[in-house]
Write a protein that binds this ligand. Structure first.
Ligand code: 3H9
Length: 694
């Protein structure tokens, strides 16, 4: 079917945008709109034109998939379409319902009249993609809703409900009931009254003290924009709308748009947008796979993890039975949940009623009997196979048929866990990240026998509890932790060779990581990594580690929870204070090993740590543990504080160029003799072929 339709309703031509899912203004649709306008112009019987979309969307904006392709610029481009609409000899009325965003709103602003259904979502969200509205939005929106309000919308990208614009020139009328009928009735009024076509570009902007306002805006926006260039360009473009003639403002906006769309920051944001949506899809699990009903949840273990997991479901309005073995531990877990909610209440993020209704959904229990009717049961018990075995055997006995049995394990073999039951098809991994009520990431671990409808259900549940879910195959550490182990290993070697922990942290934080590896270790507890290494020394003696971290742990320096780790912490504070004692410890360790420290540059720190992620990521991709490169990026963006403006480790590698990454990796291999640094076959292959991961 064509992406637009032209129909006559008496003397009104209706052009219906029909490019599902959200009427993205791709080349075909743009051409269709122009053809419709031309057809209406040529038909003497047509007195007005209505542009309308679907119930879901007037239009979600320019088709982002066309960016940086010839189609984006192919005529008629969006600016041309808007110019043609604006110059139409017949009045054009935009009938807006559902989503009206970005280029969609810009198109509507090019129409002579606009009517809207209540609840339509109006936004210029381009800034979230690292760009600015590039089809007149920065010039026209201030003319209809005022400078400050428009600037707020453009810089935040936030959506506003149509009825909030009552009394502004954005909408001529609100339409209750059928939108098309309302728009047609409005068209008849325009025709009958012979209303002159209104062009937004002709509206005057009168804004006293503009210079002072925009200076203030630049300071405020600049402070929060950090690594992203788009927000400040938005301010400059709106400033031009006030200070310059319309056409000049439009030209400047276009210049900014052309620059921004090429920036790595914009590419990273667009990658994250599509990556998040792609992650929700599983190639062999069709979107129409029937799902199981999840109306009641059981969580086993009321520790930090179990408590955080529980809160996700309470927040989403689902009742949870929280099981512990001992009353004291149960009371402690429930008290922590309550305290977290009380803190949100104090910060004004939650009302007393919300707090009460969430707590009312919680049923603390010491008995497995209370999990009998749960549709989904998640265990968050001690990370030891024997403990998991007894839990899953018990669940197999008591859980109702069809209940999904999930493990929050971060390292153990989900297939083995599934084999403790007679229903391995119902078993899946749901790996939350701490604090589980805050962190966006959920690794959904697909066992060899996990049923498709179980996967589809868990992905749906993830959406409900507002997580970014990424499917991982079964392997030690899954996607995220398997990669981070090598990143941490490299950080350890860098300290051994001459860097301080604070230099490593600072270099990576300056590069954009939310937290360097040593501060992260102190936060998570260094004993966790220690336990894993002890296991590795036995299972994989060929993998080398710096032992400085072990010495630290032997001294009981587990991090924030013990007041000292790599850094020192004052009571009640999370501020990491570099500790001379740690420097002494490192120095004596080097002496003992006969290592002469050398000066290490920040760029070496970043390359070795980040390329460690990339090289292991390539192996994970090749083994099919991750379904696609962007899934790995989503894991790192949502769960590991990887800088959004770099788009994730795999996109970053693509940006640097895989040829360059592979060369560096080979150099590290030669310098260190560490077999890990042999380039992953997939990396070597793509580099040789001049291709990318994404
Ligand atoms: C722009 O307009 C530039 C202009 O200023 C200047 C140009 C010169 N293009 O989010 P959902 C797909 S920039 C292509 O799950 P929801 C999306 O990938 C654009 N595809 O649904 C997904 O596909 P799939 C400014 C798009 O109901 C499907 O639609 N506009 C676009 O939760 C459903 O998406 C924006 O930044 C697009 N523009 O939310 C709006 N938008 O099914 C970005 C969506 O294959 N979009 N898709 O995975 C959104 O914020 C949300 O998608 C929206 C719907 C609110 C529209």
């Amino acid at each position: 079917m064509s992406s637009s339709q032209y129909q006559l309703h008496g003397n009104v031509a209706v052009i219906t945008l029909n490019n599902p899912p959200v009427n993205g203004l791709g080349h075909e649709l743009r051409s269709g709109i122009v053809a419709g306008i031309d057809q209406a112009a040529a038909d003497a019987n047509v007195k007005a034109v209505v542009l309308i979309g679907s119930a879901r969307a007037f239009s979600g904006g320019a088709d982002i998939r066309e960016f940086n392709t010839p189609k984006a610029l192919a005529e008629p481009n969006l600016n041309t379409v808007i110019r043609i609409v604006e110059a139409s000899p017949k009045p054009v009325i935009a009938a807006i319902g559902g989503v009206c965003m970005g280029g969609g709103l810009e198109l509507a602003l090019g129409c002579h009249f606009r009517v809207a259904a209540p609840g339509a979502q109006i936004a210029l969200p381009e800034v979230k993609l690292g760009i600015l509205p590039g089809a007149g939005g920065t010039q026209r929106l201030p003319r209809v809703i005022g400078v400050e309000r428009a600037l707020n919308m453009i810089v935040s990208g936030a959506a506003v409900s149509s009825e909030q614009f009552k009394g502004t020139a954005l909408f001529d009328e609100m339409v209750e009931g059928d939108l098309l009928q309302g728009a047609l009735a409005f068209a008849q009024k325009v025709i009958a009254e012979n209303r002159p076509a209104q062009r937004v570009r002709d509206l005057k902007i009168d804004y006293p003290n503009a210079e002072a306002f925009f200076q203030f805006a630049r300071n405020t926006v600049g402070a929060v924009a950090k690594n992203f260039p788009a927000p400040l360009k938005c301010v400059d473009a709106v400033a031009a709308a006030v200070a310059r003639p319309f056409e000049e403002g439009l030209r400047l906006e276009r210049e900014f748009f052309t620059y921004l769309v090429q920036t790595p920051e914009s590419k990273a944001l667009r990658h994250a947008f599509f990556g998040e949506r792609a992650a929700a899809k599983i190639p062999d699990v069709p979107e129409d796979t029937p799902t199981r009903k999840i109306e009641k949840v059981g969580v086993i273990g009321a520790g930090t993890m179990g408590g955080g997991i529980t809160m996700n479901f309470l927040n989403a309005g689902l009742p949870v039975a929280l099981l512990e073995m001992k009353q004291e531990a149960l009371d402690r877990g429930v008290a922590t949940i309550r305290k977290n909610y009380e803190n949100s209440l104090k910060k004004g993020k939650l009302t007393r009623e919300q707090l009460d209704s969430r707590m009312a959904l919680l049923k603390p229990t010491l008995s497995y009997d209370d999990l009998k009717d749960a549709d989904l049961i998640i265990e968050a018990v001690f990370e030891e196979m024997g403990v998991k075995e007894s839990v899953f055997k018990k669940l197999d006995e008591i859980a109702k048929p069809g209940a999904i049995l999930a493990s929050n394990t971060s390292t153990l073999d989900v297939n083995k866990i599934a084999a403790f039951t007679q229903r391995p098809q119902d078993v899946v991994g749901m790996h939350f990240f701490s604090p589980a009520n805050v962190m966006k990431l959920l690794e959904v671990v697909r066992g060899a026998k996990t049923a498709k409808d179980v996967l589809a259900t868990v992905m749906q549940v993830a959406k409900k509890i507002k997580k970014t879910a990424v499917v991982s195959g079964v392997c030690d550490g899954f996607i995220g932790n398997r990669m981070i182990e090598h990143y941490g290993r490299m950080a350890g070697f860098l300290v051994e060779e001459g860097a301080t922990p604070w230099q490593v942290d600072r270099a990576l934080e300056k590069w954009g990581m939310a937290m360097g590896p040593f501060r992260m270790g102190d936060l998570a507890g260094n004993d966790i990594g220690w336990a894993i290494r002890k296991r590795r020394y036995v299972e994989k003696p060929e993998v080398k580690y710096s032992r400085i971290a072990d010495v630290l742990c032997e001294m009981g320096r587990f991090g924030q929870k013990t007041g000292a780790g790599w850094y020192l912490y004052e009571a009640g504070s999370r501020d990491a204070i570099p500790d001379p004692k740690v420097e002494e410890l490192i120095a004596s360790y080097r002496k003992e090993k006969g290592i002469t420290p050398r000066k290490i540059s920040d760029s070496e720190i970043v390359e070795r740590c980040i390329y460690a992620l990339v090289n292991e990521g390539a192996r994970i991709l090749e083994e099919g543990i991750a379904q696609r490169a962007s899934d790995i990026d989503m894991v790192y963006l949502a769960g590991y504080g990887f800088p959004l403006h770099r788009g994730g480790p795999m996109l970053y590698a693509d940006t640097v160029g895989l040829y360059n990454v592979a060369r560096a990796v080979k150099r590290f291999a030669a310098e260190s003799g560490d077999r890990f640094w042999e380039p992953a076959p997939l990396l070597a292959k793509l580099a040789a072929e001049g291709k990318t991961f994404n």
